[in-house]
Design a protein around this ligand. Sequence first.
Ligand SMILES: CC(C)(COP(=O)(O)OP(=O)(O)OC[C@H]1O[C@@H](n2cnc3c(N)ncnc32)[C@H](O)[C@@H]1OP(=O)(O)O)[C@@H](O)C(=O)NCCC(=O)NCCS
Length: 388
Amino acid sequence: MEEARAVRPEELGQALTLVNKVFRTGVDQDMSTDYPLVFAPGNLENLRVVSEEGRIFSHAAMARRELREHGCALPVSMICAVATDPEQRRRGAASRIMEDAVEAMAARGDAFGLLWTGPARDFYRRLGWEVVGSNGWAYQVEPRLAGRFEQPLPVRPVQVETDLERIIAIHEAQPRRLTRSPAEYRTLLGLPKSEVWVAEEKGRVEGYLVVARAYNKSGVTEWGGTSPALSSLLARVLPEPAGERMQVFVPLPDNPMTELLTGRGCRTRIPMEIADGCGLKMVRILSLGNLLRQLTPCLRSRLAGCSGRMTLSVQETGERVDLRWDGTDLEIGEGRGSGAQELPLRQAARLVFGPDKPSQLLDLPPEAAQGLDRAFPFGFHIWMLDYV
Ligand SMILES: CC(C)(COP(=O)(O)OP(=O)(O)OC[C@H]1O[C@@H](n2cnc3c(N)ncnc32)[C@H](O)[C@@H]1OP(=O)(O)O)[C@@H](O)C(=O)NCCC(=O)NCCS
């Protein structure tokens, strides 16, 4: 078995055959069109494979993005399409690729690695990945509720050429999102088995909504705009009374869609992790010190007005990080402080990303507990449209 490496352009077809065999057998969809930004010609360096005598039998992809949340800009890589040919499993190939991916992510300064999984949770946990706080809710909208959404604004199918600029402006006004280039917006709005609708007021797009009916994405995968626009859009896309319920994905914190849905009596919701097409949200910290430095704008505002210090030491890597906060001052140092609190990598992921409060995870002195419980967890939301 060779070392993990980037796929070569002439091998892309072979890698796609493998991931389609593992993830799309019996499904009329294709991984290359389901995840066009991952399998794009410009992303080949991030498609990692293991081969033997010219035959690729294990694969994992990275998709690098920038996460904007709580005033922070974090480079993050999402991992997807991790697959080993069924006849070649348990030889260590996928582990080798995942270790290679972690090295690559750390070397380029990513804040953390992110993935979604159902069946392979324990495979990833062995490699330092951990399930963290929820990504959001999936409201289950019953068809009988459709009539409750007023339609004050006209709704029509998107015309990307003329509507793209307004859709970008609406999405970029969201407090939490991944950054996208205009070309990436265009690609994501054109995913297979999905429709994009817009609501207008006096000829100006005031809201948009993406509905997918695909194997990997099902329901309202993205939305944005004013409340009257969202109501009009839902009235248009919700199923006829005889239809099936529809999932509408929303971030955890307050947002106009949640307000609209609950205001119209839709109260059935489940964590995104157990909704169709989602999976558990897992994170791999690459360097705790780097991550905390990248989170500084958020931590500084959450810790304003209190003071304390803490040294954390990551068991597996020996990395030590000093945190000192005082008033509006926050210092993140190299970990020279004494009396470090030791924690395994997976616990560090839960410390930062939840769902628990730090004082529920670690036995902390009162002053440190008070500060860390204010600072964490750092929740973040990935829109379903960006899922890989
Ligand atoms: C998950 C998968 C990629 C692992 O590939 P692999 O090359 O067999 O992995 P490795 O040989 O490196 O496995 C390392 C260890 O993880 C264990 N492992 C593998 N898959 C596992 C799973 N789904 N759950 C728990 N442990 C698992 C193996 O048993 C092995 O342990 P062992 O050495 O004690 O036997 C492969 O089983 C696969 O393609 N599964 C279907 C697709 C999938 O679920 N991908 C992940 C989607 S996010």
